[in-house]
Design a protein around this ligand. Structure first.
Ligand code: AVJ
Length: 347
């Protein structure tokens, strides 16, 4: 808290005191730099010049993309969100116990913290809850979520971090031992193996003895079910996928014709992942004005917009072992479609 802020609220009327308490229990650090748009330009340039062409899935989530993703999570075919919610709602007490009754919950990609409440409530019931550290790219959502949570959980301190957690993981506060660091939603599946390994090593480097890491991952299953989850009958996922072209048109002055591409979702059994692609329906030329780039697409050529890796328990044990961690808890939904795994430092 800055000096000006504390002198501003030194009045003795009750409303001022109420405000002061709010300032004392919520502290949010913002580490977003102006470099974000330069990063996007560089990123997209590299991706469109690569063979095969690709664009990072992080550009899906503008306002419209986030709304489309919300709709995806409600689709019949898309089971991961429901499965994860089932695990959290039924087994949070067990998870908290297995994590050694942590005092702090750190959540990477916290958003509106919808799923987190199960964990916070379980920590509250176990009598260990002290601090929540939401880490998210949106300052607005993080502020609003923090304000709601301190009202809902009396005594809770929120120390939020607004940043791109791929870049600023090291700024996560050390609140003393006993932290549970959660990365839910299956987002780790978006990373290529080399990115995943580096991410996991950085997580491991943050962890003190007694800290735990809770990771949400989709599990390997029939290709037909996986492909249906990413190519729904209502075409919501297709719209979500094509929306990334809209983002490039707006942010980088590109002239992608959305009707000239089709949505493709294909399971790659060897790589154990879904490939989400946009296939060019014709030979075409795309101009990306803001990065002064001309791109040619051949008819049938694919632009990769996302990978979504699927796991097994054995594969996750390897992922953790590589980072010097150890799987110490395994929680799935009743159907065994999705897993929350808990990792810790070996004793
Ligand atoms: C938000 C990355 C977990 O990989 O399942 C859903 C994104 N893409 N449908 C996933 C997504 C298409 C989703 N994650």
């Amino acid at each position: 808290m800055s000096a000006e802020l504390s002198s501003e609220i030194s009045g003795d009327d009750e409303r001022e005191w109420a405000k002061r308490e709010r300032y004392e229990v919520i502290a949010i650090d913002v580490h977003l730099d102006a470099a974000a748009s330069a990063t996007m330009a560089r990123d997209v340039r590299r991706g469109l010049m690569t063979i095969p062409k690709e664009v990072s899935p992080k550009y899906f989530y503008d306002e419209r993309g986030s709304r489309l993703f919300e709709r995806i999570t409600e689709l019949e075919e898309y089971y991961p969100t429901r499965a994860e919610r089932q695990i959290l709602s039924e087994r949070s007490a067990e998870i908290v116990a297995a994590a050694g009754a942590p005092t702090t919950l750190v959540e990477l990609g916290s958003g509106s913290a919808a799923k987190t409440r199960h964990l916070l409530s379980a920590m509250g019931e176990a009598g260990c809850l002290e601090t929540y550290v939401p880490v998210d790219i949106s300052e607005e959502i993080t502020q609003a979520t923090a304000a709601r949570l301190v009202d809902e959980y009396p005594g809770l301190v929120v120390r939020g971090l607004v940043c791109d957690f791929e870049q600023h993981l090291e700024r996560i506060p050390d609140t003393g031992d006993g932290r549970l660091i959660a990365f839910l939603g299956g987002t780790i599946g978006n990373l290529y193996p080399y990115q995943r390994r580096s991410f996991m090593c950085r997580i491991a480097a943050l962890m003190f003895p007694g800290d735990h890491f809770l990771l949400g991952t989709d599990l390997i299953k029939d290709a037909s079910r996986l492909e249906a989850a990413y190519d729904d009958a209502h075409g919501v996922t297709a719209e979500f996928n094509k929306n990334v072209l809209e983002v490039l048109n707006r942010e980088l002055g590109a002239d992608f014709d959305l009707d000239a591409f089709e949505h493709v979702a294909r399971y790659d059994e060897d790589a154990e992942r879904m490939d989400i692609l946009l296939r060019s329906l014709a030979d075409q030329h795309v101009r990306v004005e803001r990065i002064d780039l001309d791109v040619e697409f051949a008819a049938g050529e694919e632009l990769r917009t996302e990978i979504s890796t699927k796991f097994t328990r054995e594969r996750l044990e390897e992922v953790y072992a590589h980072a010097g961690l150890q799987l110490c808890g395994w929680f799935t939904d009743a159907a065994g479609d999705y897993a929350l795994s808990l990792a810790c430092r070996p004793k």
